[in-house]
Write a protein that binds this ligand. Structure first.
Ligand SMILES: Nc1nc2c(ncn2[C@@H]2O[C@H](COP(=O)(O)OP(=O)(O)OP(=O)(O)O)[C@@H](O)[C@H]2O)c(=O)[nH]1
Ligand SMILES: [Mg+2]
Length: 272
């Protein structure tokens, strides 16, 4: 769990948070991180395990309040929000561009999280979809507050699909609820079958895993069945789909999954 990163310094495109009244994360004491075997799961020189646990609990309870507010706000328009998590370069933005094209006239909106640049938001806007870039600066994940600010800049129609592309990082984003309906993990065949075992939290937190870049599988020493088996070892419930953003292979099943989630969401909201 990321309780010692420089998070909370993010900027929503065009807006600096330097004037933010709620810098909710602690400062200092976070330069020299050694992962420990103590109760907090991390070791920071000069800080006790109890203090670390206290800080982590504090950060997460504040995040959860922002996430809950986002969830209420999204429910008002029946928006289906998906938090896309992965390591850097697994193909999140490429898949999003393809997905938006496939969804055609259906209303979509995108929040793009990266440490720096507006590259990904620019790629999304080229499809015609509204996108807001959030730069996390030194931070390693999006948090509920950043997403709340981004929502201020996004038009949400009834039944929108909101894609939140998280910062490429297989560790920290797993622990932060953004108010999404679920997390979708994107892996690529080039990363290696052992990744689910090495970074299990991300895959236990995800409902669906998209195994991307299947077009490259013949060129890699990769066993796709073992990749899937490892995903199911860490999360027996996880759904897995093999896709290629490059060739479009497997995207029909992914679009079917999206439409089913959207229908389930609308049924939920009607019942509520
Ligand atoms: N061969 C192949 N290349 C792909 C596929 N999907 C993405 N790529 C390539 O992989 C690289 C990274 O793709 P992006 O879509 O930028 O990945 P990302 O996950 O958004 O990256 P970050 O936002 O930087 O973490 C680019 O060169 C893409 O063209 C795929 O299915 N097959
Ligand atoms: Mg990207």
């Amino acid at each position: 769990m990321c309780n010692v990163c420089g998070c909370g310094q993010g900027t929503v495109e065009g807006h600096s948070h330097d004037d933010s009244h709620h810098h909710h994360h602690h400062h200092g004491e976070h330069r020299d991180i050694h992962y420990g075997t103590g109760a907090a799961g991390v070791a920071v020189p000069g800080m006790s395990q109890d203090r670390l646990i206290e800080l982590e609990a504090d950060i997460l309870s504040k995040n959860d309040a922002f996430a809950a507010a986002n969830r209420t706000r999204l429910a008002a328009t029946g928006t289906l929000a998906l938090n896309l998590v992965s390591s850097p370069g697994s193909g999140k933005t490429s898949l999003l561009v393809r997905t938006i094209e496939r969804l055609g006239a259906h209303p979509v909106a995108v929040i793009e999280g990266d440490q720096q640049t507006t590259n990904d938001a620019d790629r999304i806007r080229a499809t015609g979809a509204p996108a807001v870039q959030v730069n996390t600066g030194k931070g390693c994940h999006l948090d509920g507050q950043m997403v709340g600010h981004a929502l201020d800049h996004l038009p949400l129609e009834q039944g929108t699909v909101l894609f939140i592309e998280n910062v490429g990082n297989l560790v920290c984003p797993a622990g932060f609820d953004l108010g999404e309906d679920c997390k979708v993990a994107i892996l690529s065949v080039t990363e290696g079958e052992d990744k689910p075992l090495k970074y299990p939290d991300m895959f236990t937190a995800s409902r669906l895993a998209l195994l991307n870049k299947t077009d490259l599988a013949p060129h890699c020493d990769v066993d796709l069945d073992l990749y899937e088996a490892n995903l199911r070892r860490v999360n027996p419930e996880i759904e897995v789909q093999r896709v290629s953003a490059r060739t479009g292979e497997g995207l029909d099943a992914w679009i079917t999954w999206l439409n089913a989630r959207l229908a389930a969401k609308q049924a939920e909201d009607t019942a509520a």
